[in-house]
Design a protein around this ligand. Structure first.
Ligand code: LMR
Length: 330
């Protein structure tokens, strides 16, 4: 028996040696594994393993297990983490022009977003990220953001007045909140649930995927389908890591990434209806959660209240870039 156990242990060790990958890519993000971003990160890991015959392993750290979006930038620089997928707002201190994506009511639906990301504007912004010493890969989707609150349903801009809003680290989002008399509080994503639960903040803005997968419906009493702004991502890689990565394996990793990008964008589009149905189900069962829709009158009031935000960023983002983003959607 002892001999058998010994043989088995040696065989298991041998197997793990022979299957061990030659290279490991550490990928860090802050949302759940079942969001479009989370699913696509796992899909990318699977495709890298397949395409490289197991030579390269991608280890995914989701839910901010390893880093939140601020500390991940430093970790990428040092080469401690190799890929991150921060939302646009998280680039504010690095490439302030990236706040273009945070401008309220800039995009005409998902097609408008993609026209901007995949066109000249998207490339200009990628180049700025590259100039800061990162490898800028692909743009991924989350979706349009919706307001939620536990204080008062947000339908007209006046409803936001006096409410404390959790926002991402973006000056545009700060100004957007102030424009309607709200009080903006920057918090990392990993702290949003408890901040809403404990009343540190009253309100938030999230795409349905983040709202539903983090169960923010449990700590908010209203969700308004406002579609007032967009949340998406730029996948970035550590330059320090990539410059030393074997050249023969690079095209395979990049192929896996472009497949993951297509997968991610499809998942984001497909999940939307199902997530809304899930939230409506919850609304039907819960006593204290209501979903509101905005009509044209509401939207016109919001656009008017927020129109002053754009000129404040003509210098930081570039008036030209904002105009190009509007133009390409026409
Ligand atoms: C947030 O902080 O709300 C988002 O950036 C989280 C994410 O990565 O979707």
């Amino acid at each position: 028996m002892k001999k058998f156990v010994k043989m088995f242990t040696v065989a298991a060790l041998f197997a793990s040696w022979s299957f061990a990958a030659d290279y490991t890519i550490k990928l860090s993000h802050v949302v759940s594994d079942v969001t479009p971003k989370g699913k696509a990160a796992l899909f990318f890991a699977k495709r890298v393993a397949e395409l490289t015959n197991g030579k390269v392993e991608v280890v995914v750290f989701s839910n901010a297990q390893l880093h939140d979006d601020d500390s991940v930038m430093k970790a990428l620089k040092l080469g401690n983490v190799h890929i991150a997928i921060p939302s646009f707002s998280k680039f504010t201190s690095l490439v302030p022009e990236m706040q273009l994506f945070d401008l309220p009511f800039l995009f005409d639906g998902p097609d408008g977003v993609h026209a901007v990301m995949d066109g000249e504007v998207g490339q200009i912004l990628k180049d700025k990220v590259t100039a800061k010493g990162f490898v800028a890969l692909d743009y991924w989707d989350a979706g349009f953001k919706h307001f939620s609150s536990s204080k008062k349903p947000i339908l007209f801009p006046e409803d936001a007045s006096g409410q404390k809003f959790r926002i991402m680290s973006s000056k545009v989002l700060e100004e957007q909140t102030k424009a309607v008399g709200g009080n903006p509080q920057v918090l990392p994503f990993s702290e949003v649930y408890s901040a809403l639960q404990q009343g540190v903040v009253d309100a938030a803005e999230n795409p349905l995927s983040n709202f539903a997968t983090k169960k923010f419906n449990e700590v908010q009493t209203s969700l308004t389908l406002s579609n007032h702004g967009y949340l998406g991502y730029l996948v970035i890689m550590s330059e320090r890591f990539w410059s030393k990565f074997p050249n023969d394996l690079k095209p395979l990793v990049l192929q896996a990434m472009s497949e993951a990008t297509a997968y991610e964008r499809d998942a984001a589009a497909e999940d939307e209806a199902q997530l809304l149905a899930q939230m409506k189900d919850y609304e039907a069962k819960a006593k204290d959660f209501t979903i509101y829709e905005m009509n044209d009158e509401h939207i016109a009031a919001w656009k008017k209240a927020m129109e002053g935000v754009y000129p404040k960023f003509y210098k930081t983002i570039g008036e030209d870039l904002i105009k190009k983003a509007i133009e390409v959607q026409k």
